[in-house]
Design a protein around this ligand. Sequence first.
Ligand code: ATP
Ligand code: MG
Length: 571
Amino acid sequence: MRYSQLLIPTLKETPADAEVISHKLMLRAGMIRKVAAGIYTYLPMGLRVIRKVENIIREEMNRAGAQEVLMPAVQPAELWQESKRWDFYGKELMRIKDRHDREFCIGPTHEEVITDLVKREVKSYRQLPLNLYQIQTKFRDEIRPRFGLMRGREFIMKDAYSFHKDEASVDEGYRAMYEAYKRIFSRCGLDFRAVEADTGTIGGSFSHEFMVLAETGEDFIASCDTCDYAANMEKAESRSKRVLPGEKEPEKPMEKVSTPGKKAVDEVAAFLKTTPEKLVKTLIYKTDDGRFVAVLLRGDHEVNDVKLKHLVDAKEVELAAHADVERLTNAPSGFAGPVGLAGIPIYADQTVDEMANFIVGANEGDAHYVNVNYPRDFKVERFADLRKVVVGDSCPRCHGSLRIFKGIEVGHVFKLGTKYSEAMKAVFLDEEGKEKPFIMGCYGIGVGRTAAAAIEQNHDEFGIKWPLPIAPFTVAVIPLNVNDAASMETGEAIYRELLSQGIDTMIDDRDERAGVKLKDADLVGIPLRVVIGERGLKEGVVEIKDRRTGVVDKVPVAEAVTKVCDALKNA
Ligand code: ATP
Ligand code: MG
């Protein structure tokens, strides 16, 4: 391709509404343009990257035995009513009506359409397992679309769905996808981790997210410094120290003390000349179905809402309003405590079970109890792991300790079980001729988000440093002065030769200043460039520069193509 014919509208200035570096650089490098919030046009350079990511995905999915299909973006409401998601999916589901007033949605995901297809076309266990995938445009009416392709409303996803006759088969299918994902993200040149993810109401460790490590990530992940345990913070566990009764401090008599106006943990701790670790805070939560529960937690810890939701079997939990807290504890809010608290169940984080002689609110204004002990002074419904892990916590698997990173979720593998097949009555006949619901798995990759994540990990102050396999072009040939006949002749010859070797090459044949051309090449991030300057040519050499390492090699003109080929082989 010739730069002069390509649409690459690079920008000198960073657009004001872009917050993260990948969004800024995609705009500046002329890869994407916004059409509406979270909706983008992919320009030639952007689309080339997208297609390269897609091709890697396609190759690895095919290699893993999956088959490509293409489902529609527009889906009839009936399918979503069958799965019961029409009512549950909420506002992210873009609902539309056709001219006959029939309801449809623009697919945010395709479990319904694929389950309906397989229900109609697959009848026997002999046709299983089956893995179908597509690379297709999704629409989710995200509440806060942001960061360019990272969280769009319209975006390209690879989604795969597998169908199995039994647990052993779905586990094998899941493993195969897990391995395929590892290959895909490695081939894309990304530094990533596969982490255990929350499975909502399905439970079990049947879900992994593939996280690209980056400061701009919206997810937090905990990983062990010793073994390969890694989990999303929503799910991450830590091992509690088993404190035997004899190892605790001897119990002291409980005493009520005055703490005028001291509500926050830090204030109470300072006032009583101790540290937050000696306090147990009592938080009153309300569930989506109107129940109230009390949660006990060490003063310096935080509640993990996802863990609490699962424990109390609720869809949502939120801190109760002040008025509710005051009614339930008979005290101004800020002084809640477990001693004498009646009428609502008390759940305590397991760390509380390790503590002795701690401080709690007294359910009375301006008062706390000190030297409180369990079970002497109060009862709990249950101890459970209810808190967010913190740096340095013990790994749940080994003797190591946990570290915390930020990550971008680029892929997700999930064992669905029979959730959709049961709801939609999708069954097959097993070996004994009995009807059984398909056991399913689903597997997604955000294509645009993967490209954006690659930029988050690979850039410098001058622009993008594309990993070779997903760069818009592999090599840029740059004759610095197109009006110099010898430069152009050499450039054209190298360009043609690289193309004939099957290397994805472009030539910058623009009549622009050398500085402009080199700046654009850095910004757009082509991994290798061959620069032809008049001075060098007189000495019979051209320069080959590696964008990632910055290393410049002067090579004789006749060897330029071989050197490029060698560099690519060794990359
Ligand atoms: P998130 O928690 O980031 O909203 P999700 O859990 O909703 O993601 P999935 O339903 O598992 O995502 O979708 C599969 C993949 O699609 C994700 O791993 C991600 O890479 C991509 N993806 C999801 N939502 C978006 C979006 N709004 N923009 C771009 N990519 C997305
Ligand atoms: Mg989402």
